[in-house]
Design a binder for this molecule. Structure first.
Ligand code: MSP
Length: 510
């Protein structure tokens, strides 16, 4: 038994949750559920990033105080995660007192260690990024990410001496080859460090919506240096050293590729400066993009649909929660960009879910009802399907453990395909009731039992429903994985429940 601490970025509350946020959160959720399934002590943290200019602007635009605005929008994130079956253990808001305390203690420690000093900052600023750019790094004076005009800013700031950590960071990377995955993103961060690090400004006087700097009342911490610390606040930094010690060595940050610098350069250096080890792992994921395809009639907006216009609940209403989760996990491997389209999700739904998984469960239910008196037979110990099952368990285990929900589901679908082929080959529906039919159906039920366990992290509700239909009590997660995920544990002798189709087909032109 191990330990697993997983975090998502904390999302800005300037906007409503959309499918891009859901992509990251569902992946983190599946990873958390996987680790709980294999018996690891697990903590899953998500939350909202509530300070900074962008949020203050959004509040002003809606004629609300920043706090009223953040209360409202933060709630929308929780609602979206409830709708997607997200099993977070803690939801952090950066406006909470516990966070103020941790931020002030953490940055206070860096200050006490002599890595923070005062200077004047002058530069080009993008409010959307909440970040400064040099002219060279800008797109001719415009933000390279948002395309908006950068604003010339000058202010007296407290600086973090990032430059002092260049060597130590490179050393850390060399000694921890798995610190940032995938390798392409690790190399990107590494080259950035090798290119030379400049000190960074970490406070603001131009805005009041932030955590006050304890040693200088005119300043608040710049939103990013407040935000990153959330990962420590949630495990008690400054309040409970034992908790920090317990979880920090098992920390995994799942982050989008646009925030690599913050998580793979600034953050480990800040941890070092505060006298802490860097987080143990950063898993970077790519972006979901919409290629100008109309998503659906209800989502259509003039001039096409942007990903940020799609609320996760619009999708769960149309396809069901677990189908949306499946699509987000299966379609795009963590690290690559992916295309999000209505056609894509419909196709995955109809092929993988309706035709493969749904059909397997339905036909087994039907044959057991008509040929086995509705009672599931036992599997055969040395069934030819056993090998396929063992490969699926081994491969999906390895894939989950290397942060590849996509690979894990692919391996699981290998078993679904093999079981459907096994049924086709033996055609039990053509046989008279008796030992031959029982043997085939026992094996198929055992394969379905294993599939239900393996899909639990991705599709928890469907997994439980399949479990119920094959006549098993309790839940697919009740038993320890290393015991339950081996061939031959379907007990036989229990009544099968025939139900309505798990995934009724969806017309592909909707
Ligand atoms: N508040 C900062 C993060 C601070 S973490 C200490 C932030 N917030 S955000 O609201 O902009 O969310 C960024 C994250 O949302 C990305 O890193 C990514 O995980 C997710 N996504 C937002 N749009 C996305 C896509 N189009 N595709 C995939 N993920 C996307 O940055």
């Amino acid at each position: 038994m191990g330990r697993f601490y997983i975090t998502t970025p904390i999302y800005y509350v300037n906007d409503a949750p959309h499918v891009g946020h859901a992509y990251c959160t569902v992946n983190a959720d599946a990873m958390a559920r996987w680790h709980r399934l294999i018996g690891d002590e697990t903590k899953f943290l998500t939350g909202t990033d509530e300070h900074g200019q962008k949020v203050a602007d959004a509040a002003a635009k809606h004629d609300m105080s920043p706090l009223d605005w953040t209360n409202q929008t933060s709630t929308r994130f929780r609602e979206a995660w409830d709708a997607l079956g997200i099993s977070y253990d803690d939801f952090i808001r950066t406006t909470e007192p516990r966070h103020y305390e941790s931020v002030q203690k953490f940055l206070g420690a860096i200050y006490d260690n002599g890595f923070i000093y005062k200077d004047v900052y002058k530069g080009l600023y993008c409010v959307s990024c909440e970040d400064y750019f040099t002219f060279e790094a800008s797109d001719n004076g415009k933000c390279p990410i948002h395309g908006r005009d950068l604003v010339e800013m000058e202010e007296e700031n407290w600086f973090f001496q990032l430059s002092a950590f260049e060597e130590r960071l490179l050393e850390y990377y060399d000694q921890h080859p798995g610190f940032v995955t995938p390798d392409t993103k690790r190399n990107e961060a590494y080259s950035f460090i090798k290119g030379g690090l400049r000190d960074i400004s970490i406070t603001r006087t131009s805005i009041a919506w932030g955590v006050p700097v304890p040693w200088d009342a005119n300043h608040v911490f710049y939103v990013w240096y407040d935000a990153l610390i959330n990962y420590l606040t949630a495990i008690g930094y400054g309040r409970d050293d034992d908790e920090v010690e317990k979880w920090w060595p098992y920390s995994n940050h799942l982050v989008g590729k646009e925030i690599i610098r913050f998580h793979c350069v600034w953050w480990p250096a800040m941890c070092m400066a505060a006298g802490l080890e860097p987080p143990s792992h950063v898993q970077v994921h790519g972006w979901l993009l919409v290629g100008g395809q109309k998503l659906s009639k209800t989502m259509a907006a003039e001039g096409g649909v942007r990903l940020t216009d799609i609320a996760p609940v619009t999708l769960t209403n149309e396809f069901g929660v677990d189908a949306v989760r499946y699509y987000l996990l299966r379609e795009t491997s963590l690290g690559n960009d992916g295309e999000f389209s209505h056609e894509g999700i419909t196709q995955r739904y109809n092929t993988d879910l309706a035709n493969n998984l749904g059909n397997l469960v339905a036909r087994v239910g039907a044959v057991v009802t008509s040929k086995c008196g509705g009672v599931g037979p036992r599997p055969i110990e040395n069934s030819s399907l056993r090998r396929d099952a063992e490969i699926a368990v081994d491969e999906s285990t390895a894939a989950w453990n290397r942060f590849s929900p996509q690979g894990a589901l692919e391996a699981t679908w290998g078993l679904i395909g093999a079981t459907n082929a096994y049924l086709e080959a033996h055609a039990p529906w053509k046989l008279e009731p008796g030992a031959d039919v029982d043997a085939v159906m026992g094996d198929a039920l055992e394969a379905i039992r294993l599939v239900a366990i393996l899909i639990t992290p991705a599709m928890p509700q469907v997994a439980e429903e399949i479990w119920r239909r094959i006549g098993l009590g309790s839940t697919p997660t009740a038993e320890r994985f290393d015991v339950s995920a081996s061939w031959g544990r379907y007990p036989g002798g229990t009544s099968i429940v025939k139900g309505t189709p798990l995934f009724p087909r969806i017309a592909s032109d909707s």
